[in-house]
Design a protein around this ligand. Structure first.
Ligand SMILES: C[S@@+](CC[C@H](N)C(=O)[O-])C[C@H]1O[C@@H](n2cnc3c(N)ncnc32)[C@H](O)[C@@H]1O
Length: 236
């Protein structure tokens, strides 16, 4: 087990599903871990991961074309939103944290095709088959029961719609780069979020294919820091 796995306990276990209380309205709950970083989230993420590797991910996202009506889940403070909105007819950027939503609203103000809303990715208030694309950037590896968020994303996606998953991972990283990242991670975020886990390409791809997504692309991207990048089509 590598250092990053020790730090971010590998909790992804296909047999254990998180219990999601769907009866509790999202507005009653409050995100507590990430909200603390809302004002400087992008700055801290740049420090932990490195600007150069973030730029690589943004370039790969910018290559995604004709995304049409797009929903972003767990948008944080909007790091990926502008790039994805440039390829979409409209972008609904959402997050469970009131603070992230407020900061994103300010940062993305003035982009005519972007709106920002509070949403819990496990219990979206949208109807079925509403979106052509769903983006999850650095969400699946920080939430409990990520497969349940995929189920909900699938519900709101049109048949033939596209899911885009980007998540930082320790997979494919050199030992020294991992050690450096752990140091920076602890300095920036402190104790990892309670649900943080390492998520590799195979496990994430399997979560999608189990729910009848057909994988289009599945690759590791980045330089010293790595991210999984998967696009998949909703087959039903
Ligand atoms: C690691 S941050 C990633 C933010 C952004 N996507 C980025 O990569 O810069 C994870 C984000 O997911 C949000 N989040 C956590 N649980 C969520 C949930 N159940 N529904 C929606 N968003 C959630 C957090 O508030 C946080 O903004």
């Amino acid at each position: 087990m590598n250092l990053l796995n020790l730090l971010l306990k590998n909790k992804h276990n296909r047999c254990s599903r998180a219990v999601i209380n769907k009866k509790e309205p999202a507005a009653m709950e409050k995100e507590v871990y990430w909200s603390r970083f809302a004002n400087k989230f992008e700055e801290l993420a740049d420090y932990v991961v490195g600007k150069a590797d973030l730029a690589i991910i943004l370039d790969v996202l910018a290559e995604q074309k004709e995304l049409k009506r797009t929903l972003e889940l767990g948008c944080g403070n909007g790091t990926y939103s502008k790039v994805i909105a440039a390829q979409a007819s409209e972008l609904l950027a959402t997050d469970f944290s009131d603070e992230m939503v407020n900061v994103s609203r300010n940062r993305l103000n003035g982009y005519a095709n972007i709106s920002v809303e509070k949403q819990n990715c496990f219990d979206l208030t949208y109807g079925d088959n509403m979106f052509d694309t769903v983006l999850m950037a650095n969400l699946l590896h920080v939430i409990p029961g990520p497969e349940n968020a995929i189920t909900e994303a699938k519900r709101v996606l049109k048949p033939g719609g596209k899911i885009i998953v980007v998540s930082y991972t320790s997979e494919g990283m050199k030992f020294l780069h991992k050690a450096g990242m752990i140091y920076r991670y602890l300095r920036a975020w402190g104790k990892p979020s309670p649900h943080a886990q390492t998520l590799g390409l195979a496990a994430a791809s399997e979560m999608l294919t189990e729910q009848r997504f057909e994988i289009e692309k599945s690759q590791l991207i980045g330089g010293k820091s790595k991210a999984i990048f998967i696009t998949a089509e909703n087959r039903e």
